[in-house]
Ligand binder design. Structure first.
Ligand code: LLP
Length: 428
């Protein structure tokens, strides 16, 4: 994490900005993203792909972090976007990503979303079923538009990641059955309003178990593409999905060069441009969640550090038993003697636990901690459970920082709510 450094006086810094300063000026809990790290990672991925001799484009999976400022940085680095909802499509457009550089994925796009994608001229819509193909064809023909579509296939491989984020097994809801793909792809060429341009896979997320699953999926995809081309069907490019894992703890995580090599070895001989849809690998390590210690309490057997951040902010530990590094932020705290502590939030359930038995110093009320590698699937998965407002978000670049999303006011949680007339509410 080259964007993080420790200083005896200033404590933990993101790039050149002490986190203590952000806490002082913006409060906590606050998400902090390093623009420099986002840029470095985007460039590293681009370099790995071109280094493997691939003609590749990166479509950042917006779901990982939808902040406009994050999207703008990645747009500046030349990345396109992979979106899964009308909201993500709007965010990508608002950040300055051209409609032509957007891919629309998802197993259940609504007619309203498809209509909007057609009106915007979205670059590619990834179809996941024959039913969706028929719907989109009717909509496009009715609007006098042509939708460029790719067919997402389910390669039936096991990405050996957490069950909740595995997507490429036949029992998962995603994609069309591989054996059905050739006939369906031909059908796409016949349906009005559709222009098939390629095929797509995405086998899962946080893949750290090596390249075997990727290679398996891409080899099946290569066979499919060869069969389609032999049938005289048009295939212009191949969408390789996302999923590249990051080391949250000390697990050996594959480097982008390994993924690029797997793509080159399997799909390279086809000589077609490839697309990649990484989310976590780009946005995860550059972000952290800055929180304050509310209090430290001693249970019978365990020491608890109760933070002002909770599972409603960062749900990954509660939802996937995910491990996130936790560092004290204060200069003295960074070198103080450590002992095991459970790091928890104030929400009224035991699942609101960020870490158990973590080696941390004694931290008093007001001390700061940073939950690391939280830039992807962090803020975007927040809720307001327990009527806790959404945390602020900050971007750092060099010695500058800016609030990129203001902290939600508690009052805002009441906005949009009404009492029915029979309970004393106004209006009809
Ligand atoms: N493409 C498609 C079609 C996807 O469904 C996803 C992620 C991606 C790309 C990006 O995958 P990535 O490169 O980020 O692994 N909330 C979970 C992760 C859910 C991933 C969903 N799909 C977590 O916090 O671990």
């Amino acid at each position: 994490r080259p964007h993080l450094s420790a200083h005896a006086m200033d404590g933990l810094l993101v790039e050149e900005v002490p986190l203590a300063r952000i806490a002082r000026e913006v409060g906590t809990p606050t998400w902090v993203y390093s623009a420099g790290a986002l840029r470095r990672r985007a460039r590293a991925l681009q370099a790995a792909l071109s280094g493997a001799g691939l003609h590749a484009s990166i479509h950042y999976a917006v779901k990982a972090n939808t902040s406009l400022a994050v999207l703008r940085v990645l747009a500046e680095e030349g990345l396109g976007a992979d979106v899964v909802s009308e909201g993500e499509m709007l965010a990508a457009r608002a950040a300055g990503i051209a409609a032509a550089d957007i891919v629309f994925s998802g197993v259940g796009k609504t007619e309203a979303e498809l209509r909007r994608a057609l009106a915007e001229g979205i670059g590619q819509i990834n179809l996941e079923s024959a039913e969706e193909a028929a719907t989109l064809s009717a909509l496009a023909a009715g609007m006098g538009r042509t939708a460029r579509v790719a067919l997402r296939v389910n390669p039936d491989v096991d990405a050996r990641t957490h069950a909740k984020i595995t997507t490429g097994k036949s029992e998962n809801k995603f994609g069309v059955v591989l054996d059905d793909a050739p006939a369906l792809y031909r059908r796409l060429t016949e349906l009005p309003g559709l222009e098939p341009v390629g095929v797509a896979v995405h086998i899962g997320s946080q893949i750290t178990s090596g390249m075997a699953a990727y290679r398996g999926a891409y080899a099946k995809l290569a066979d499919l593409v060869r069969a389609l081309l032999a049938d005289g069907l048009p295939v212009r490019h191949i969408d390789c999905g996302g999923g590249l894992g990051i080391p949250y703890r000390d697990e050996p995580a594959p480097l982008p060069e390994a993924l690029a090599g797997a793509i080159a070895a399997t799909l390279g001989p086809l000589g077609l441009p490839v697309m990649l849809e990484p989310g976590r690998w780009i946005a995860g390590p550059p972000g952290l969640l800055l929180a304050s210690v509310v209090l430290q309490k001693q249970g019978r057997d365990r020491r608890f550090l109760v933070l002002d951040a909770a599972m409603n902010d960062l749900v990954r530990p509660a939802m996937y038993d995910a491990w996130h590094g936790i560092l004290p932020v204060g200069g003295a705290d960074l070198v103080a003697p450590v002992s095991p502590a459970d790091v928890v939030g104030p929400v009224c359930e035991t699942g609101d636990t960020f870490a158990r038995g973590r080696a941390l110093p004694s931290l008093q009320s007001g001390a700061l901690v940073a939950l690391l590698d939280a830039g992807a699937y962090g803020a975007v998965m927040s809720s307001t459970y327990n009527m806790r407002p959404l945390a602020a978000e900050v971007m750092v670049e060099g010695n500058r920082f800016a609030v990129i999303r203001e902290r939600q006011a508690a009052e805002a949680l009441l906005a949009g709510q009404r009492l029915p007339a029979w309970l004393g509410g106004g209006g009809s």
